[in-house]
Design a protein. Structure first.
Lengths: 187, 454
């Protein structure tokens, strides 16, 4: 896997992709598949939709590879393409189901041991339970490092809405964790 | 960023292994192939056939336009000629005479019979020779001179022949040259036993004509009182017998047609659980050139989806605030999608005469899929531990997005039965396209309908 600066190998692969060489496209796909799936999985909530997003993103990359100038590392450019594709996919999905208000009785932050014990899969399952709009803002801000201004542009919402959705996402996660904590304590 | 956020970011950025990489790559490879084929990166043989067909169609169209132009020019010329002939016929009786002043002119207009009638020619009587000789052609009365000015088929008698004619007339032989009776010529009383005289187109030597005339049987008794050598019948135009063609001629050419049609279509390949698309629509056609039509149509179709088998292993998405439930299998999908087709194209009526008129057509179609609701049935066959429990069934409803699909082409044939005002038609089309950058929309369509022509 390439680092911040693209290696010679990845540059050669990209050059092959510019010439529509199927072997180069396959190598790029194999190299970035898990990376892409990891990101797409966070936004879509399930594996099948993530595969769809990843293939859509690779399709865009292969057909518009000439738009990649090489000024920034390929990984960053690809990540941006992937996130945009995931957001487009999310927009095309169904409207957000109503979510009941949660009243956490236990703040997990006060007991970090509870959270730290969670595995990546468990955390992913928690994220999946967020409504898509909240999940997108949480992923963009917390995990992918976008600012609220960038999020508002990406999601076509106001900055205030972005902040509000992030706060609600955090509140939901805390509520879920509290519920889970209560459940485990009862057992 | 709080520790809470850092913790999530750290964990969620960990790269994990995911299965089905090669399978997904194959799917993407096929999609890329379709894209490059559609974008011209790699023109497939299939496309080459269509390109060749399009080029051939263009050549045929140019040839037809040229042919149409030449026929129009020919028609206009013929119309002018017919108008001139009709005007001449209305103003001219079918008899003309040699104008007065025959002698002393360089040439004399002379009307020659074009067609022998079935009636035998009257023969002259010997005692009438003097009467004929008393009215030589250059001393005709004014009424004859007037008629001589009317047009007709005119031969010119050369001067040398005219001198022979004069001499012959003086010998009282030519004056008896009978004419073919025309509409304005009094019919002889008795024509039995008479024979037709030879057509006078050029006069041979006087003696030879006299000898020939001497051989004629002069048995007729009802000769007209005055016969002039310049008076002949205007030939009547030969009229061909009118026969009814085996196939009735096409009705009057029309330029506009509007109509309605019923449509049935089956997607290709025909997936199990997806019914035929059925519906109806409107169409309109305009003909800028003969046999060539610009077509436009709009159809509204509907289908029903009920898929029970061949479902991939889908699971019920997790409900809010609950962990995912991978134990619910998707077992059935139901829906009633609707489609709207809008087509613009060209239709060419093949130059074949038959009871039904065959045509070929090509059209570009836009397909609109409005939002529709699908229901998904999930079943949990093993609801949980403990004693056996009934199967748990859950339903989800989903609404599809509004979508337009383009780059869909339609090729087909049309059979038409045309009456004075109505056209009854049956057509079959193959619809293909939309697969390069969107969902494929291949289908076979059958249409039947009626059009009003004007």
């Amino acid at each position: 896997m390439d680092g911040i600066i693209d290696s010679v190998d990845i540059l050669q692969i990209i050059e092959g992709c510019r010439q529509n060489k199927r072997a180069s496209q396959h190598r790029l796909y194999a190299q970035f598949y898990n990376y892409a799936m990891t990101i797409a999985r966070r936004y879509t909530g399930n594996i099948e939709a993530a595969e769809e997003v990843v293939n859509d993103a690779f399709f865009k990359v292969f057909t518009k590879i000439n738009l990649y100038s090489g000024e920034q590392p390929f990984r960053f450019w690809f990540r941006r393409v992937l996130i945009n594709t995931a957001i487009d996919h999310m927009r095309a999905k169904l409207s957000t189901p109503p979510v009941a208000e949660l009243q956490p009785w236990h703040d997990p932050e006060s007991d970090p041991g509870i959270v730290e014990d969670l595995t990546r899969e468990q955390i992913l399952a928690l994220i999946d339970q967020l409504p898509p709009a909240y999940r997108a803002v949480f992923n963009l801000f917390v995990v992918d490092g976008f600012s609220h201004d960038e999020i508002s542009d990406l999601l076509n919402i106001s900055t205030g809405t972005s902040k509000s959705n992030l706060a609600r996402a955090r509140q939901h996660l805390r509520g879920i964790l509290s519920d889970d904590f209560e459940f485990s304590r009862k057992i | 960023m709080s520790d809470f956020d850092k913790f999530f970011a750290e964990r969620l950025n960990q790269e994990a292994e995911f299965p089905r990489r090669e399978k997904n790559w194959k799917a993407l490879g096929k999609r890329l192939d379709a894209f490059y084929a559609g974008a011209g990166g790699a023109i497939t043989t299939h496309l080459k056939y269509w390109q060749a067909a399009a080029a051939g169609l263009a050549v045929v169209s140019v040839a037809l336009v040229w042919k149409l132009r030449s026929v129009q020019q020919e028609n206009s010329a013929l119309q002018k000629e017919v108008a001139a002939l009709q005007a001449a016929r209305e103003t001219t009786p079918p008899v003309a005479a040699i104008p007065p002043g025959l002698q002393g002119q360089e040439s004399v207009p002379f009307l020659a019979p074009q067609k022998q009638t079935g009636s035998p020619q009257p023969a002259r009587q010997p005692d009438q020779d003097a009467a004929y000789s008393d009215s030589p052609v250059h001393h005709r009365p004014a009424s004859e001179a007037k008629e001589a000015n009317r047009p007709g088929r005119i031969f010119t008698i050369p001067s040398a022949k005219r001198s022979n004619l004069t001499a012959y007339t003086d010998k009282n032989t030519l004056a008896a040259t009978p004419e073919t009776p025309g509409p304005n010529t009094p019919a002889p009383d008795s024509t039995a036993g008479a024979s037709a005289l030879p057509t006078v187109t050029a006069l041979p030597g006087t003696e030879a004509i006299a000898g020939a005339l001497d051989l004629l049987p002069f048995a007729g008794s009802g000769l007209p009182k005055r016969l002039s050598v310049g008076q002949v019948d205007l030939p009547s135009a030969p009229v061909a017998p009118v026969t009814r063609p085996a196939i009735p001629p096409n009705p009057v050419r029309d330029r506009f047609r509007v109509g309605v049609q019923a449509v049935a279509a089956t997607p290709l390949p025909a997936d199990k659980g997806l019914s035929w698309l059925k519906g109806g629509g409107l169409n309109a056609e305009f003909s800028p050139l003969r046999s060539l039509w610009l077509t436009a149509s709009a159809d509204w179709l509907g289908a029903s989806v009920q898929v029970k088998d061949s479902l991939r292993r889908h699971y019920l998405p997790p409900a809010p605030n609950k962990y995912p439930k991978p134990d619910h299998d998707l077992v059935q999908v139901d829906g009633n999608p609707r489609y709207q087709h809008v087509s613009l194209g060209l239709r060419y009526a093949l130059p074949l005469r038959f009871w039904v008129q065959p045509s070929v057509r090509v059209a570009h179609t836009w397909v609109h899929r409005p939002p529709s609701v699908f229901s998904f049935k999930y079943v949990d066959y093993d609801p949980g531990p403990g004693p056996p429990k009934p199967v748990k069934t859950e339903y989800l409803a989903a609404r599809t997005e509004d979508r337009w699909m383009s780059h869909i082409w339609q090729f087909g044939t049309v059979l038409e039965y045309t009456t004075a005002r109505w056209v009854f038609r049956l057509s079959a089309d193959y619809m293909q396209g939309g697969g390069a950058t969107g969902p494929a929309f291949d289908a076979l369509l059958v249409q039947t309908g009626v059009q009003y022509r004007f």
